[in-house]
Ligand binder design. Sequence first.
Ligand code: PLP
Length: 296
Amino acid sequence: MTDTVLAVLNQPSRAAEPHDPGADSFTWAKPLEEHIQVMDLGLTRGDGVFETITVIDGRPQALEAHLARFGRSAAKLDLPEPDLDAWRQAIEAVCAGLDPVREAYAKTVLTRGVEGLGRPTGWVYAAPSADQTRDRTEGIGVVTLDRGYRHDVERTSPWLLQGAKTLSYAINMAALREAVRRGADDALFISTDGYVLEGTRANLVMSVGGRFVTPRTDIGILDGTTQADVFRFAEQEGIETAYELVTLDDLRAADALWLVSSIRQAAPIHTVNGVRIEMDLGMTERINDFLLSRQD
Ligand code: PLP
């Protein structure tokens, strides 16, 4: 925790009043001291959005893609539009403030603010990442869990906020614990009508007959910044890529599977519901080399 660098934004959204008129766009803060008020709706209702950004050698990766998704998530929650210039500046500052470390992350949080004030709260912190070597080199086991929604939920029931990166991750964490209870490392959500969605904190990428396939992003899942860059890698390698509706049968028939996300990057999957899947460790290494050397 002492390695954590924190900045609290003075005016997270231009449409709302600053917290301190005339102050700088962010203030440095000590992570162990109190900054967030107990009546902040981000805490009391999980009413807010966030991003987690990989930081390599002090440099945030896929920053513009993360900022764009931060804005889209905020719009889905009808939050005042985040001032992306102020956020970019604060993210770069906390990353630069880290002690030199190969892998770290920056987390941005925008909440609806203290109840009754009508002014959002925003902060960003950076901290060193936990070691990801085991997941990347030995692989992970997943179990499939029902998410309880149809694959078209984003269109039929937008108030369920599927596809937005909200602070309400208690369900994702409960699914993760259920996966561990079943002897796996992570869960893969399935829609009630049988389509493969995403992991609890990651997207699925499959290798199928020499192509890379990922579930379509309009089915109530996050459009992953890492998945997009895995496809960039594939296209550079001449590997065809596709966004498709993926069934459990497609999953079983795939040649290799990965969960991909910021911080972890690409983790090969060795078992689905206890059934062994061939891992392509050579390809995994190439994907991770590409991801970890991203300069933008
Ligand atoms: N899906 C969910 C539910 C996530 O929480 C995340 C990341 O945290 C992702 C997908 C992957 O997104 P990204 O690659 O942008 O980190």
